[in-house]
Design a protein around this ligand. Structure first.
Ligand code: ZN
Length: 166
């Protein structure tokens, strides 16, 4: 619990399957010129919440993929506690999203590539493993990282840094 484990040499095919769903979700953000980041919440083997970055679309600084996916999952489960679930996201969560993941008591987080500029699963901060908080999800990073980094995560990192500098 609470520590980031690198993707194993033989990655979990289930993790890769749902990461592909998150990548597909990320592509939808390109339709409205948002940085392509996607997330899905899986409960009982099924996607119960999905979201992609809609910051530009909504002009909402909080419209990150994970927040949208968590809201949908909480709605589907009828509870703010998103228990017995795994959140998959193409890019390491930021501080806001990591905070929301902790508040929602999500037991497990799987992300694609690291975000050295804003990641809060160990890159800049480590909100997900903070021992003083009352919930620490299990974290797996680097799932399909190459596929993510090839196009989408690189764009995401470049995009987010460009957005911050303006
Ligand atoms: Zn975020």
């Amino acid at each position: 619990m609470g520590s980031v484990t690198a993707a194993p040499t033989a990655p979990d095919p289930e993790d890769e399957r749902f990461m592909r769903r998150a990548i597909a979700e990320a592509e939808r953000a390109l339709g409205h010129d948002d940085v392509p980041i996607g997330a899905v919440v899986v409960h009982g083997g099924e996607v119960v919440g999905a979201g992609h970055n809609e910051r530009e679309l909504r002009q909402d600084p909080t419209a990150h993929a994970e927040i949208i996916a968590l809201r949908a999952a909480a709605d589907a489960l009828g509870s703010w506690r998103v228990l017995d679930s795994t959140l998959y996201v193409t890019l390491e969560p930021c501080a806001m999203c990591a905070g929301a993941i902790v508040l929602a008591r999500v037991p497990r987080v799987v992300y694609g590539c690291a975000d050295p500029k804003a990641g809060a699963a160990g890159s800049v901060l480590d909100v997900l493993s903070e021992p003083r908080l009352n919930h620490r999800p299990e974290v797996t990073g680097g799932v399909l990282a190459r596929q993510c980094a090839r196009r989408r995560c690189t764009a995401a990192i470049t995009g987010s840094s460009a957005a911050r500098s303006t």
